[in-house]
Write a protein that binds this ligand. Sequence first.
Ligand SMILES: O=C(CO)COP(=O)(O)O
Length: 250
Amino acid sequence: MRKPIIAGNWKMHKTRDEALQFIYAVNQNVQSDEVIDTVVCAPDVLLRCLVKRQGDYVRIGAQNMHFEEQGAFTGETSPIVLQDTGVKYVILGHSERRAMFNETDETVNKKALKAFEHELTPIVCVGEALEQRENGTTNEVVDAQVTKALNGLTNEQIKEVVIAYEPIWAIGTGKTATPEMANETCGYIRTVLEREYGKDVADAVRIQYGGSVKPHNIKELMSQEHIDGALVGGASLEPESFLALVNYNE
Ligand SMILES: O=C(CO)COP(=O)(O)O
């Protein structure tokens, strides 16, 4: 049985005061991490103040990092600093970073390898564009993204990786993939994992769906066989809606 994992991705939202209000409102009201993993992925400058106040069951994640530990990389964040800050997760390869900041499958892979050196759990994002969905290449696209991202990781590491399937056309658009459609592609990702790394690994990896996940659709999405969690943008910004998501099973 895979433990559900619901992660908020705040993207470039929130001031320090807003982040503090959020974490105080949320950290008393989430379920034990024996039942569900609750994660908040925040902008870098807010990470330390959130880690300090994360409470017993919320864990904090970053939204990106560099694959090098230090050097002449103006504006980038080192994995050493994330580890030192107490961050536990890092989102890698979000479609916004692929589209706007030159993230590639190769850099996602280097970052995934580096994340494990620093005890960070990667949340690896994959997903097709609308055109790819329409011309029937979704499976090919996610197959390549998944296998390239995980290249060189050990099977034990791959079991720890979280994969977030986020169809690009469903992000921030209010268009959710139907639960069946989301489950179908998450299930396909699991067959790719089984083909490459065996059933034992494929059964262990947690696959999230992301793209217009809201309190009203979380239950149905989470009831799907291959959907083990959600990566949530807009609905993760307010304590009420975030709590409704992470407490979907109460
Ligand atoms: O990109 C997302 C999470 O990473 C999804 O964003 P929305 O939930 O706002 O569609």
